[in-house]
Design a protein around this ligand. Structure first.
Ligand code: A3P
Length: 323
């Protein structure tokens, strides 16, 4: 994996200089996105802090994604896979905690306060490897993630479902009063231009896709649609990839089915922490669980909108990736 592109700034002065030199957009008229390392980064200071300081370990597992592609679901599945023999199913922490609390995001939770990262969470003695989430594009990952033997599971999703999920998610925010649901065309236009949190979408996806082809032992590429279509097959693949495969006895005893049920959107929606809790002060946990369906975009996007993005994908897509 290519270790780095440009060195990250290390002083506040350098950071300020960088901020003022980068193209900037306000997502939903509220959240600054900077075009940093070929990506519209919505958490620049935290990204730079973790690029400068985070040390990956060979045993670490990262769940990488562009937001709204099924990150929460994959986190719950990976947590359940690793902990399948640590708890009785009825006592699984997923029934008490939101998946983002159990598997924190590297840049937006651990390094949320860039000057004072939450290293305690990283140092916690766990009886399974450190598992962290990240929305960073592959080129912006801290160098130690690229050079160590840690593993990355990347989840991607159909771009239209991803856009719709993101659109509806951001409409929930109180601060976003100036953005109305009838502005979907305008925002889809921004998505097509790549001006979307952690976009361009297709570059984020292709970066990890290409790496998964080059280093299949390090990067596993998973599709939301495949998880829906063949959850059992995908769970087996995940177990094998993280070095904790299901035995045939476990399979016969229904362990995989148990995990699928535990991590189903219906079950997770019932969990009190997911109904009323907050992992991020500005997001209600319940927003992470909407429909969880494939193809809901047909209810929101017109054929012309779809064609426009398909053209962009056709121009960029390669190596057999179909989304
Ligand atoms: P929809 O808005 O289309 O319903 P992320 O976790 O990356 O933020 O993605 C959120 C999307 O994943 C939402 O999609 C959400 O409903 C869906 N999702 C969350 N948990 C899920 C689960 N257990 N099974 C299937 N989909 C799930």
């Amino acid at each position: 994996m290519n270790p780095t592109i440009t060195p990250a700034p290390t002083t506040e002065e350098e950071l300020q200089q960088l901020r003022s030199s980068l193209p900037k957009e306000l997502w939903f008229n509220s959240y600054p996105m900077y075009f940093y390392q070929n990506c519209w980064n919505i958490i620049l200071d935290s990204t730079i802090s973790c690029q400068n300081h985070f040390q990956a370990q060979d045993s670490d597992i990262f769940i990488a994604s562009i937001p709204k592609t099924g990150t929460t679901w994959l986190k719950s599945l990976i947590f359940a896979i690793f902990n399948r023999n640590n708890y009785r199913i009825s006592e699984n922490p997923l029934l008490k905690h939101n998946p983002h609390e159990l598997i924190p995001q590297l840049e937006s939770i651990i390094y949320a306060n860039p000057q004072n990262p939450d290293l305690k969470t990283l140092e916690k003695k766990l009886d399974y490897p450190r598992i962290l989430g990240t929305h960073l594009p592959i080129q912006s990952l801290p160098t130690s993630i690229k050079t160590s033997n840690c593993k990355i599971i990347y989840i991607c999703r159909n771009p239209f479902d991803t856009f719709v999920s993101s659109w509806l998610f951001y409409l929930n925010y109180d601060e976003n009063e100036s953005v109305k649901s009838n502005m979907i065309d305008e925002y889809f236009g921004k998505f097509c231009e790549g001006k979307f949190p952690f976009g361009p979408f297709e570059d984020h996806v292709l970066g990890y896709w290409k790496q998964s082809l080059e280093e299949s032992g390090k990067v596993l590429f998973v599709k939301f649609e495949d998880l829906k279509d063949d959850p059992k097959g995908q769970l087996k693949k995940l177990g094998e990839f993280v070095g904790y495969p299901f035995t045939s006895e476990e399979e016969q005893d229904g362990k995989i089915d148990e995990i699928m049920k535990l991590c189903s959107i219906e079950k997770l929606k019932e969990v009190e922490a997911n109904k009323n809790g907050r992992v991020y002060s500005f997001i209600e946990n319940k927003w992470f669980f909407r429909k969880g369906e494939v193809g809901d975009w047909v209810n929101y996007l017109s054929p012309t909108m779809v064609e426009r993005f398909e053209k962009i994908m056709d121009e960029k897509c390669c190596n057999g990736l179909k989304l």
